[in-house]
Design a protein around this ligand. Structure first.
Ligand code: XIL
Length: 328
């Protein structure tokens, strides 16, 4: 028999998971699993532009409000995801034509959304995925309407607006593909480092870096590179969070039990390399159960077998990945 799982309160690092609204509304087992294992949550959606801003004039807060009510009612913190991202943008934002208009829309959005949740959402992914997949240079920033209209200054603009709106909130820049072996990933770390140093140098408010941690079966963790990156962040006075951990690609042709071990081993290497440099201030997985994950849609296996990216299986039984999370 395995030892009982620790309760979330005993964990040294606040553990959490991303919420999906369907099962949150109608599946008691799902809600119970979240409450049992988590100290914090984040919406898979709900606070993205696409969900909040069906039209320029209207804000729709229903989804986010429901998540916050669930969190508050169960003693969990809700993280905010996300204010500035190239993705999940409603079509009307393509018509933002000038720098002045972009500034007005971006700052107005941050003031309205963060203002509504001031004091209740204490940690925000203000900036999501600012670095391109294969940065051409250390100053390469991913294209978006904000980057097109305002250039890189949109990042400082957003962080300053966020700090003005809720001075007590933790302001985070969130990014993926920071952790793997390979030139492309080293360039991504370098570009991130350049961006963050530049912001700190100019006294732009920024409190931490979120490592999404969408790990892959087919890519090795660059432990040295990752530890060095985390050390650099600490040296700049920043916290490091793990915000979206899962193993998105486990296309290994192996039986489920073996794949679960390999998934856990990947996460172990990743968390170990972070810990070698600093303790992350939060660890969240992007979902709690294999039953509800973005992975099967985006990284389908070719063999018809279900993906197994998350800490609980589809029947809410803890997998080896859950043991790894508890270990830290
Ligand atoms: C994903 C959600 O999980 C999906 O349900 C949605 O269709 C697309 O977005 N990085 C991020 C998250 O920052 O917002 C993404 O979430 C997953 C990758």
């Amino acid at each position: 028999a395995q030892p009982p799982l620790r309760s979330p309160a005993e964990w040294t690092i606040p553990f959490g998971a991303a919420l999906r609204d369907g099962p949150l509304a109608d599946e008691p087992d799902y809600r119970a699993a979240i409450v049992k294992h988590c100290r914090q949550v984040v919406g898979e959606g709900g606070l993205k532009w696409f969900d909040l801003r069906p039209s320029r004039e209207r804000f729709v807060f229903d989804q986010a409000d429901k998540q916050l009510n669930f969190a508050t009612g169960n003693g969990l913190e809700l993280r905010g995801h996300t204010l500035v991202w190239y993705g999940a943008m409603p079509d009307w934002t393509k018509t933002i034509a000038s720098a002045a208009e972009a500034e007005r829309e971006l700052v107005g959005h941050i003031e309205t959304v963060m203002g509504r949740y001031r004091g209740r959402i204490k940690s925000w992914d203000v900036i999501n995925e600012p670095i391109p997949d294969d940065p051409a240079s250390r100053s390469d920033i991913r294209p978006s309407i904000w980057q097109q209209r305002l250039g890189e200054s949109h990042i400082a603009l957003a962080l300053r607006a966020a700090a003005r709106t809720d001075p007590a909130a933790k302001l985070i820049i969130n990014e993926y593909d920071i952790e793997f072996v390979g030139d492309r990933f080293r360039r991504k770390r370098d570009a991130m480092l350049r961006l963050v140093r530049d912001l700190k140098l100019r006294n732009v408010p920024l409190h931490g870096i979120g490592l999404q941690g969408h790990l892959r079966g087919d890519l090795a963790i660059d432990r040295e590179g990752l530890s060095a990156f985390v050390s650099e962040m600490r040296a700049l006075g920043l916290e490091v969070l793990v915000t979206e951990l899962d193993v998105v690609d486990d296309r290994l042709p192996a039986p489920p039990e073996l794949r679960d071990m390999l998934v856990a081993a990947r996460a172990y290497e990743f968390l170990q390399a972070i810990h070698a440099a600093a303790r992350p201030t939060a660890v969240l997985t992007w979902g709690i159960t294999d039953k509800y994950s973005w992975v099967p849609l985006w990284f389908k296996r070719g063999d018809g077998q279900p993906n197994r990216p998350l800490p609980l299986d589809e029947a809410y039984r803890p997998k080896p990945l859950m043991r790894v999370l508890e270990h830290f």
